[in-house]
Structures are given as C-alpha cells and as structure tokens.
Design a binder for this molecule. Structure first.
Ligand code: CTP
Ligand code: MN
Ligand code: MN
Length: 501
C-alpha cells in the first residue's frame, strides 16, 4: 500500500512512468511555446526526454536553458514575464538562465548531450540586470566571416527577394547595388530568429534604406512589388536564361539580349558565334540546368578518385564548394587535389583527364595551366591554380561496368542515354597552398569575398586561395590548416556548414 499523500503526488507528477531517466541533471530546459506552437513544443519535449534531458512545462528558477524559436531576446523575456507575473532575473545564488535559439537545442539533440553554449546560440545575456540584445551582438559583426551563416535559416522569404534584386542589379551592370542586396540577404541569413518588423532590421548592417523598404513590404504584404515585376520582366527572365548557360557571363548575355536573343534557339537561328565552352553548355543545357544531388556528387567523386588514383595512388582529393558546406544539391561538383610531393602532382590532372576522355567520361573539358604571376600580385578574384572545367558524363545507376556505359556518348540517342551531364571543377594545389585553396574553394562566394575584404580592411593582409601576404613587409604568412588561417586573421574559426553567406 502506498500512503495516499504519496500516491496523489505521483499521479500529479508531470513525467509519466515511461519518461526515460534524466542523464544531464545540470541542465533544465524550458521550451517557449510562443511562435513554436503547442504541437511542436510537445514533440520537442518528448524528443529531448527520450535522450535523457530534463524539460519542464512551467518556467521557474530551476530552469537553466530557455529555448525559443523565432523570437527575439526581448520577446522571450516579456513572454515569460507575462506568463509568470515576474521578470526573468539575473541569478543571485546561481547563474541566470541561458536565453537560446533553437539551434542550441537541435545541436544538443544530434550530439546526444548538451553542447556548450556559444555566442551564436544565445539570443542575448542578462548581465547585472542589464539585458544585452542579440541585435546588438549582430551589429558588431559586419563581415560574413565573423558570423555563422547556416544553410537553412529563419528569413528565407526576405532573403530570396533581396537576392533576386541583387541578381537584377548585376544584370543591369551595377555591381555595387548588387553587392548591397547580397550583403543584406547574408546578414539576415545569420539572424537566429525570424524578423517580425522592419524596425527590428534597422540596427542590422546593410539592411537600411532600400533593403528596409523591401523587408517592410514582405513582412506586411507577403510580397515585394519590385520582385513581382522582375518575375514577369522579359529582360530579367531572358538574362537569367542566358547566364545559366555554362560559359556565359553577364556581359555576353547582355550583348546577346541587346542583339535580340530571347531564347536558346535564337542563338543558332541568328548565327551567334559561340565559344567551344558555350557550345557544350547549350548542347547539355537541360542536364546542366537540373541540380546535381549529393548522391550524384558522391558517384562523380568515385569516378574522379578512380581516374586520378590510376596515376598517383595517395593523392588527397577533397570535395569542396557547396557540398562541403552541407548543401544537398549544387550546380556542379568541385574537387581540390594535392600531394606533399610536388613531383607527384605535376601532370597528374592532365593524365587523369585524358584517361577519362578516352573512356568517354568527359563531354567537354578545358584546362587552365598554373599561373606564374606571383600570387600576391594577382587580383584577389583571380585564381592561379591548375584547373580543369569539365562536363562529366555520369553513368546512370545501376552501372555494372561503370565506364563502358558512358563510352561513345555522342553515338547514343538522348532517350537511350546511359549517362547524364554534370559540371565538374578540378583544382590542383601545391601542398603548402592547400589550406588556402581549401578555404578559397569551399565558398560561399560571398563568404570568400568578405574574408578577403576583412583581411585587407582590418588586418592590411592580402588573402587569396594561394596564401596570406603582408604586402608592406613583402612576405607571405604560412598556415597548415583552415583553422590556423582564421587564427592568423584574429577570427573565430567558422566551420564549412556555417559559411553559407
Ligand atoms: N571559385 C574560385 N574560382 C573560380 C570559380 C570558383 O575560386 N574560377 C570558388 C568560389 O569562390 C567558390 C567556390 O570556388 O567559393 C565554389 O564555386 P561554385 O562551384 O561556383 O559555387 P558553390 O558554392 O559550389 O555553389 P554550387 O553548389 O551551386 O556549385
Ligand atoms: Mn560548386
Ligand atoms: Mn564550381
């Protein structure tokens, strides 16, 4: 017999008998229901409990980690204050609770244990009774290389619109305006909450003026008039089509557009002179337009490694670009190749490319030889590594023999094709330049641009994918890893998944 008093208490306990034991007694989570909703809160609660976390339903002084989704720091504090009737206080005999974005929660769930709280998880801190807004923290990080920019974020409606306006500005030849929109989009990608008002954006870098008007329009009307106009603009649609051809940049597309080109078939009908790269781009247009999946990228990797290993068996071959940043699809697959022995990499790319070509695995390729201009004299955008830009014929699955399925590609009718065209970039770097090449070829393009801008503006150092240079002292600063390059620049290390600026 259980005494009545104890029985009652047990029945009222929030944790039912199936609740697994608490494995991390030092952590007590409170999930903020505002904007998260009861259903998701319930789901996250049981997920965390299954993993041994303690999650409480009511806010109290015992809470160590307040987790919220799409709320700002002040949103959370005032919501709790309304619910409990008293403010969240700075702890007297214990530390005040962390006020966190859901990213801390999801990372802890995947780690299977509470991960240490980092600045990027925190919406703000209670310091001696003074609250410090996350917004303030963000305004002190004007460069993308000082922030974490995850692949998925809370403001995609707005960032899609800003990026489209950026693209349109680039199509009109205005690099400066284009960069302004792109930078604003990038700042919003690193916000750990969803913007609720244009007012909230006013303290953020690059989000004033025109961008603030766009933000306001989207938050209020759900759409931006200027973007809607672009979507139906013949010029925008046409420039988008033409610049999506492999080998066609904005200038060429603009020239063609002004000359009356409106669709792909016009290029042939109007007898437009094309480079071999553009010819291949048009021939394989449909395939290349279709995004490359991660699964396809891994199969490409298998073939590329096989081809290179035939000539040198112990090369380091790394998939870089968007896939290294955790993207699930991309417009191409990028690889970086190196080896400690300078002799080993000499000529290996050409040999592997010729071999793949002889097996019908390449639909197009052109190789740029290593530049001999001193690396620090090159423009920051110019890359002097030996590089092969190719269109790869990826054999379809299931492929029993792999290579033979792709042989004589041009003799096979499209319907009976046993391959699909995939853009591939192969880059070779010397061993001492490898960390710089890895950093430079991982992207995103804006992240790289910001990293170089930071190096020069803040440290008076020139960074490119060959090295880091002190031009005043005329010397280069070596590094053996990406982490070391960040450290040399006085930056916190940003792992690839957070370089999606
Ligand atoms: N890059 C470069 N020199 C080039 C081309 C690209 O240094 N001639 C760098 C870019 O700065 C970028 C990286 O290589 O950082 C990858 O470029 P790209 O493949 O164009 O973009 P991704 O980020 O991989 O995007 P996607 O997934 O669409 O391919
Ligand atoms: Mn890429
Ligand atoms: Mn690429």
């Amino acid at each position: 017999m259980i005494p009545l008093k104890r029985r009652k208490k047990e029945a009222a306990a929030p944790s039912d008998p199936v609740t697994p034991p608490v494995l991390f007694p030092e952590v007590c989570i409170f999930l903020v229901e505002r904007r998260m909703g009861a259903a998701r809160r319930g789901f996250l609660t049981s997920l965390a409990q299954k993993k041994g976390f303690s999650v409480v339903q009511e806010y109290s002084g015992a809470v160590t980690h307040v987790v919220s989704e799409q709320n700002s720091f002040t949103d959370v504090l005032s919501w709790i204050e309304r619910k409990t009737g008293k403010p969240v206080e700075n702890g007297k005999d214990k530390e005040s609770p962390h006020i966190l974005d859901v990213s801390w929660f999801t990372e802890s769930m995947s780690a299977g244990k509470p991960v240490p709280v980092e600045t990027r998880h925190s919406l703000g801190t209670l310091q001696s009774g003074v609250s410090k807004e996350k917004d303030e923290l963000f305004t002190v990080a004007p460069y993308a290389c000082q922030r974490h920019t995850p692949l998925t974020h809370h403001n995609s409606g707005i960032t899609d619109a800003l990026e489209m306006l950026g693209k349109a500005a680039a199509f009109q030849g205005s690099e400066v305006r284009s960069l302004a929109f792109t930078r604003a989009a990038s700042v919003l990608k690193s916000l750990p909450f969803k913007l609720q008002s244009a007012e909230e954006a006013k303290n953020l870098y690059f989000c004033g003026g025109h961008c603030q008007a766009v933000i306001q329009e989207i938050l209020e009307d759900g759409v931006c008039h200027e973007v809607e106009v672009l979507k139906i603009s013949e010029q925008y649609k046409c420039m988008e089509l033409l610049t999506s051809i492999f080998g066609v940049g904005v200038r060429t597309a603009e020239r063609w557009y002004k000359g009356g080109v409106r669709k792909l078939s016009d290029l042939e009908d109007m007898n437009i002179k094309l480079t071999p790269e553009q010819k291949a781009g048009i021939e394989h247009y449909t395939d290349l337009k279709q995004p490359v999946s991660l699964e396809e990228a891994k199969r490409v990797e298998h073939f590329i490694k096989d081809a290179l290993n035939r000539f040198v068996s112990d090369l380091t071959i790394t998939m870089t670009g968007g896939f290294r940043r955790g993207k699930q699809q991309g417009h191409d697959v990028d690889f970086l190749i190196t080896h400690p022995d300078e002799e080993a990499i000499r000529g290996v790319l050409k040999k592997a490319v010729d071999w793949m070509d002889s097996k019908g695995l390449l639909l197009y390729h052109h190789t740029k030889v290593r530049s001999h201009t001193p690396a620090h004299r090159r423009s920051t955008h110019m890359d002097g590594h030996e590089t092969c830009y190719a269109i790869f014929a990826l054999p379809n699955l299931p492929s029993d023999s792999g290579v033979s399925g792709a042989a004589h590609v041009d003799l096979i009718s499209p319907a009976a094709r046993t391959w699909r065209a995939v853009r591939v970039d192969l880059v070779v770097s010397s061993y001492d330049e490898y960390p710089f090449a890895l950093l430079g070829w991982t992207g995103s393009k804006l992240f790289e641009r910001e990293l170089r801008r930071f190096s020069w503006n803040e440290k008076k150092l020139t960074l490119n994918s060959h090295g880091l240079y002190n031009t005043e002292k005329n010397c280069s600063i070596p590094a053996t890893s990406e982490e070391e390059i960040f450290a040399l620049l006085g930056l916190q290390y940003v792992p690839p998944p957070y370089r999606n600026a």
